[in-house]
Design a binder for this molecule. Structure first.
Ligand SMILES: Nc1nc2c(ncn2[C@@H]2O[C@H](COP(=O)(O)OP(=O)(O)OP(=O)(O)O)[C@@H](O)[C@H]2O)c(=O)[nH]1
Ligand SMILES: [Mg+2]
Length: 281
């Protein structure tokens, strides 16, 4: 909320709590959480169908996207570079139950009509994904203008050039808003307990059903996880992904707690300093 001043600097009176919020672990280990974007309705998790395609990375994005509180949508770009995207779409659907998946191409226009349902007036969408997968190209196509710089990549190694270097909010002709972001090299976990539960609901349904409450899901009899894998109701790769992300999230939680304690400690220290001054003077 601002106090608008016509001929000078406006004054910020208060800040409202964020409704949705995408964050990751700051790549600088001295810092904690890094906010990427806030107050959006949809997260477009974007991956290109050529060499960038990676299911494990998608699972990571999905966990963080669910944690944000907004609705994730998976966009598979550069459909013109593959013969038939159906196999990849099916693989994605298996790791993203209930999440819409769309294959698109800005070169041919393939699949773009499927995006209209999200581009409603007043809706905000954040584009996330590695460098070079076509986030800014999609912004330009949807806006009908070259609003964002785009750079060619070598499609044989799929390495992006980190063309977009800052986050930018743009309004599309439909009245929807898009937040274009730079491709992120690292996507560390930060406080994602809710995100994990949503992204891995298909895995978590089997938790707590083992014969032993402290089952480690290794070799104990009556393990519900192992039984589900044997019955083909749970993929072993999916279980492995869940364990890895859960472990990482637990570590991040510990670290978040440690940082909070550290901040409180230095705050107390500063308070102590002030009291000391009062005593002296
Ligand atoms: N063949 C094909 N190429 C595409 C498509 N979309 C984007 N590209 C190309 O991919 C390259 C990278 O596109 P950008 O839009 O700059 O990628 P970005 O995701 O914004 O990359 P960063 O800003 O670095 O994060 C450009 O050469 C685009 O022309 C597509 O649908 N098909
Ligand atoms: Mg870009």
């Amino acid at each position: 909320m601002i106090d608008y001043i016509d001929n000078g600097d406006s004054r910020i009176i208060s800040t409202f709590p964020r409704q949705t919020y995408f964050s990751r672990k700051d790549p600088d280990p001295r810092r904690g959480e890094q906010a990427v974007a806030a107050n959006f309705d949809y997260v477009f998790i974007m991956q290109s169908l050529n060499m960038d395609f990676n299911l494990k990375r998608l699972e990571r994005y999905l966990t963080l996207a669910w944690q944000s509180g907004a609705t994730p949508v998976i966009i598979l770009t550069k459909a013109d570079l593959v013969y038939d995207p159906d196999e990849q779409i099916d693989a994605v659907k298996q790791i993203a139950p209930g999440v819409p998946v769309h294959a698109i191409s800005v070169m041919t226009g393939y699949g773009l009509d499927m995006l209209e349902q999200y581009l409603r007036p007043g809706k905000t969408i954040v584009f996330l994904g590695s460098s070079g997968i076509g986030k800014s190209s999609l912004v330009n196509t949807l806006s009908g203008e070259e609003l964002m710089a785009v750079n060619a990549i070598r499609e044989d190694d799929s390495r992006g050039r980190h063309t977009t270097t800052h986050r930018q909010l743009l309004t599309l002709p439909t009245g929807a808003m898009v937040i274009d972001t730079p491709g992120m090299r690292e996507l560390g976990m930060w406080d994602v307990s809710e995100g994990l539960s949503n992204a891995f609901a298909d895995v978590e349904q089997f938790l707590g059903k083992c014969r032993f409450r402290d089952c480690t899901h290794q070799s104990e009899p009556g393990c519900a996880i192992k039984a589900a894998i044997q019955r083909g109701e749970l993929y072993a790769t999916r279980w492995k992904s869940y364990c890895a992300l859960e472990k990482e999230a637990r570590y991040a939680d510990d670290k978040a707690d440690f940082l909070r304690q550290k901040q409180q400690w230095s705050k107390n220290l500063r308070k102590g300093d002030k009291n000391k001054k009062k005593e002296i003077w």
